[in-house]
Design a protein around this ligand. Structure first.
Ligand code: ADP
Length: 167
């Protein structure tokens, strides 16, 4: 009986299929090169829902937390310098399988390995200037969203097109 009640409770309160969220940052080189609109347009046209966006001059503290896992890599100092060299546009996108799909849309870490049609494959050529970041897992997405955004900056709005995009 208790199991049945718990199962019903879990069913009623489970997030919808399209409720997954990911963190995306358009990097300083992309802003300098006026690529922001093209990049945002790709996520919109794919059918994802924008739930947060802001222009941020990232501090070294923020970047050192964001890239904590890479702190011992030889390119780490260069990376922090690059990411703080100008503003970035931080965004949260929501939708079905958005974490995995956004990574596919972004391409490989090294633009030289990224297929044409991906963001890195189309807009850049070098790993040190690869125009965009996207969370690599649902766990990273949760961590990065809470690092870059306060809860009240995430806007829940009704997406009237959602039922045209997935079941
Ligand atoms: P991704 O951004 O594809 O998830 P990583 O998490 O491995 O890739 O690396 C984070 C960022 O560090 C990359 O997007 C890139 O800006 C930078 N980076 C990674 N490898 C190198 C490298 N060999 N030289 C310079 N910068 C690098």
């Amino acid at each position: 009986m208790i199991c049945l009640v718990l199962a019903l409770f879990a069913h009623v309160f489970q997030p919808g299929r399209g409720a997954e969220r990911t963190f995306v940052a358009v990097k300083p080189d992309a802003l300098q090169r006026r690529l922001l609109g093209d990049i945002v347009r790709r996520f919109e046209r794919k059918g994802f829902r924008l739930v947060a966006m802001k222009l941020v001059q990232a501090s070294e503290d923020l970047l050192s937390e964001h890239y904590f896992a890479l702190r011992d890599r030889p390119f780490y100092n260069h990376l922090v310098k690059y990411m703080s060299s100008g503003p970035v546009v931080a965004m949260v996108w929501q939708g079905l399988d958005v974490v995995k799909t956004a990574r596919a849309m972004i391409g490989e870490t090294n633009p030289a390995d990224s297929r044409p049609g991906t963001i890195r494959g189309d807009f850049c050529i070098e790993v040190g200037k690869n125009v965009i970041h996207g969370s690599d897992s649902i766990e990273s997405a949760r961590r990065e969203i809470s690092l870059w955004f306060r809860e009240d900056e995430l806007i829940c709005w009704e997406d009237h097109a959602e039922h045209w995009i997935h079941e």
